[in-house]
Design a protein around this ligand. Structure first.
Ligand code: UD1
Ligand code: CA
Length: 415
């Protein structure tokens, strides 16, 4: 791709969130909001990314990946935020893509379409718009009789007629470098928020500078949601969740009850696996083919489940590997465990993986049988085809040899 720098606006405090955490650091299905924005930009092929931070910038630092951070000293509005990135721009030619750190669901394809149209049309500015059912809170797109963009009317400054327009400004734009900064120098803060609005640059470019402004309409209303409140966060979470579930179903996974199933983005699940109701699957989880998961299962990050395994109700797994055909069907906690093939883990089995300071591993080898209510104190190993009796406590380091049966508290080999 030709030279393009992305500027992500993320300095805002997010007043409407009523939070001590900067808005873009709030979690959305396991990752901070800004993570999604940066990910989409990278997936669209943009390598040079600047994040404009302000409120809580220290908390943002760890989440930036390869992006650079600049500080907006005073939060004077989105126009001022872009201006504060100017000194850090490497190229004085080329294009600048501006997007908001609080709009996490924009797809890379949409960003590419925006950049494509901007370049092919030769416009000075190209803005991403969307038609939405409820435009309140967003800037409205005001067009002339030829459907060309005249200006953006901010929600708080819009007339009654303008407020009724259902085409909104998503907050994502492409600009030619020189035209952007020429227009920004003319933006004034004579509006209801007393802020320097980035959105005013469009009317300045169109009417003041007589240069072309174009637009691209986003296809999916879900993509364009900007998070300003906790209710918006819940809405975005629901939409993202549905996108993830639809993707998995398209790949051959049965989700019995999408309304009670939460699966984080990036989870891989093989075909013909059935996810039963009220199941939560965290990020960085892989599940094989033909498994049965849930109802009421909680599969946490770092878990790998091989084909044909069955994970039942009230089972929690974290950083755990489950072998092919293994069954963990009721009321069980396995943390930092490596469980082999064809293992049966009885109801209410618990790995005591945390000693108050460190976490330790439990290994359960192929074909082992763990009786109900067993407590396995890590680090410990249960050998191949060994049997652990019901209610047995296996102390740490007391590895159970292959093939034997242990019973009691503490576990002893049954002769
Ligand atoms: C903004 C747009 C609006 C659009 C909407 C899309 C402006 C003036 N309005 O409104 O047209 O429909 O986004 O969601 O841009 N920010 C800074 N520094 C500041 C102020 C804001 O970095 O001084 C950042 C915020 O962190 C946020 C973004 O800019 O990520 C937009 O600011 P916000 O206050 O959320 O604007 P909206 O009212 O949502
Ligand atoms: Ca916003």
């Amino acid at each position: 791709m030709k030279k393009i720098t992305a500027v992500v606006l993320a300095a805002g405090r997010g007043t409407r969130m009523k939070s001590d955490t900067p808005k873009v650091m709030h979690g959305l299905l396991g990752k901070p909001i800004i993570w999604y924005v940066l990910n989409a930009l990278k997936a669209a092929g943009i390598k040079d990314i600047i994040v404009v931070a302000g409120y809580g910038s220290r908390m943002l630092k760890g989440e930036l990946g390869g992006a650079r951070m600049v500080l907006q000293k005073k939060l004077l509005g989105s126009g001022d935020a872009v201006n504060s990135a100017k000194r850090f721009l490497k190229f004085r030619t080329g294009d600048i893509l501006v997007t908001c750190g609080d709009a996490p669901l924009i797809r890379p394809e949409t960003l590419k379409r925006l950049i494509g149209k901007h370049r092919s049309s030769g416009a000075s500015a190209t803005v991403l718009t969307a038609k939405v059912k409820d435009p309140s809170g967003y800037g409205r797109m005001i067009r002339d009789d030829n459907k060309k963009i005249l200006k953006i009317a901010e929600d708080k400054d819009a007339s009654v007629y303008e407020g009724s327009i259902d085409e909104i400004n998503v907050g994502t734009y492409c600009f030619k470098y020189a035209d952007l900064f020429a227009a920004l120098s003319k933006v004034r803060s004579n509006n209801s928020k007393k802020e320097f609005y980035l959105t005013d640059t469009l009317s300045i470019i169109r009417s003041g500078m007589s240069k072309p402004v174009e637009s691209v309409l986003a296809e999916d209303e879900s993509e364009v949601i900007g998070i300003n409140t906790r209710a918006d966060l819940a809405e975005a979470s629901m939409r993202l969740k549905n996108m993830v579930l639809r993707g998995l179903m398209a790949d051959g996974v049965t989700i019995e009850d999408p309304s009670t199933t939460i699966i984080h983005p990036g989870v891989k699940i093989g075909r013909d696996t059935v996810i039963k109701p009220n199941t939560i699957i965290g990020s960085n989880v892989t599940i094989g083919k033909g498994c049965e998961i849930g109802p009421f299962a909680r599969i946490r990050p770092g878990t790998r489940i091989a084909d044909s395994a069955e994970i039942g109700n009230f089972v929690e797994l974290v950083r755990t590997t489950i072998g092919k055909g293994t069954k963990v069907k009721h009321h069980t906690y396995l943390g930092d465990a490596v469980v082999g093939k064809g293992v049966n883990v009885g109801a209410a089995t618990i790995t005591a993986n945390y000693d108050g300071k460190n976490k330790h591993k439990t290994v359960i080898e192929d074909g082992a049988f763990i009786g109900v209510g067993a407590i396995l104190i890590a680090p410990v190993k249960i050998g191949r085809r060994a049997t652990v009796g019901a209610g047995c406590v296996v102390p740490k380091g007391h590895n159970v040899p292959p093939g034997v049966t242990v019973v009691g508290v503490p576990a002893k080999i049954l002769k």
